[in-house]
Design a protein around this ligand. Structure first.
Ligand code: SF4
Length: 253
C-alpha cells in the first residue's frame, strides 16, 4: 500500500505558538491553568495536565487568584480576561495573531458605521471571543440566516477562520443580494486554507483518505468534509487505536 502525507498538515503556527507558551508556563512556580482545553487535541491536553497545567472552565477561573492562566489560541472574551487580571492572575495570552488582526478590523469597521456580520458557529469559543470586541455584531451560520439580513446600508462581513471557502463565499453572495454596500473580508486563515487545499488535492487522487485530529476540532471536521467531497472512503481518527486495519487492507493508495 502506498501512503502519502498531505503537503500541508500538522499544527498551524497559531497552535504551535500556544503549545510553546504552555511549555513556558510549566516553568513557573505559580499554580498554572489553561482556560478551556489548550487545543482540540485531547491527547496533548492530557499530557499537559500530567505535567501540572490544569484545565479549568470559566466558572472555576473566576475563583482563581494570583495564578498563571494560559489563554488558548481561539482567544477569549475581552472583559473576561480583564476580570482574571483584576484577580491578580498573570495571563499568558496565546490568542492567535490572525485573530488579533480580525479583532482590530471589526473594531475599526464598527466605528466607521458598518454593521459587522460574522459567518461562523455561534457557540464556538473563537466566535464568542470575536463578538466581544464589538458592540453589535451579528453572527450567522447558514443561508437562511443570511437571507434574513436585509436592507443594511453598510455591511462588513468576516468569517470564522476555519470555514470552508466555498461556504463563506456562498453566504457572502446571499448578503450582497439584499444589502447596499457589502464589504467582504475573507478572514479564513491561510494555514486553514492551505490544509483544505492539500486535503482536496490528495483526496481526489487516493482510494482512501484518513483525517487525523481531535474529534472536537472544527479544523479537523472541515478537513473531513472537504476530503469527503473528493473521496468516497474518508476516515476520521484521533489516535492509532481508531484505525480499522482490516478495512484499510483493501486499499492501494
Ligand atoms: S487562526 Fe489559523 S493559524 Fe491561528 S490558530 Fe486558527 S488555524 Fe491556526
Amino acid at each position: 500500500m502506498e501512503i502519502i502525507i498531505a503537503e500541508n498538515s500538522g499544527f498551524c503556527f497559531g497552535v504551535k505558538r500556544s503549545v510553546d507558551l504552555a511549555e513556558k508556563a510549566l516553568e513557573s512556580k505559580k499554580n498554572k491553568y489553561t482556560l478551556g482545553p489548550l487545543i482540540h487535541n485531547p491527547q496533548l491536553v492530557a499530557d499537559f495536565e500530567k505535567k501540572g497545567l490544569k484545565v479549568i472552565d470559566h466558572e472555576q477561573a473566576l475563583k482563581i487568584k494570583d495564578s498563571l492562566i494560559v489563554i488558548r489560541a481561539h482567544g477569549e472574551d475581552k472583559s473576561f480576561k480583564d476580570k482574571l487580571i483584576a484577580n491578580g492572575n498573570e495571563l499568558y495570552d496565546a490568542t492567535c495573531p490572525v485573530l488579533n488582526s480580525i479583532y482590530k478590523k471589526i473594531e475599526t469597521k464598527e466605528k466607521e458605521g458598518y454593521q459587522v456580520i460574522i459567518v461562523g458557529d455561534k457557540k464556538h469559543p473563537e466566535i464568542i471571543a470575536m463578538e466581544s470586541f464589538i458592540n453589535n455584531g451579528i453572527v450567522i451560520s447558514d443561508e437562511t440566516e443570511a437571507k434574513n439580513i436585509k436592507n443594511y446600508e453598510k455591511l462588513y462581513v468576516v468569517s470564522q477562520t476555519t470555514n470552508r471557502f466555498e461556504f463563506f463565499v456562498n453566504i457572502a453572495n446571499k448578503l450582497e443580494e439584499n444589502n447596499d454596500s457589502v464589504v467582504i473580508e475573507n478572514t479564513i486563515c491561510n494555514a486553514t486554507k492551505l490544509r483544505q487545499e492539500s486535503a482536496k488535492k490528495l483526496a481526489a487522487s487516493v482510494d482512501c483518505m484518513i483525517v487525523v485530529g481531535g474529534f472536537n476540532s472544527s479544523n479537523t471536521n472541515k478537513l473531513y468534509q472537504v476530503a469527503s467531497l473528493y473521496c468516497k472512503n474518508v476516515l476520521r481518527i484521533e489516535t492509532v487505536k481508531d484505525l480499522p486495519l482490516q478495512k484499510l487492507s483493501k486499499f492501494k493508495k
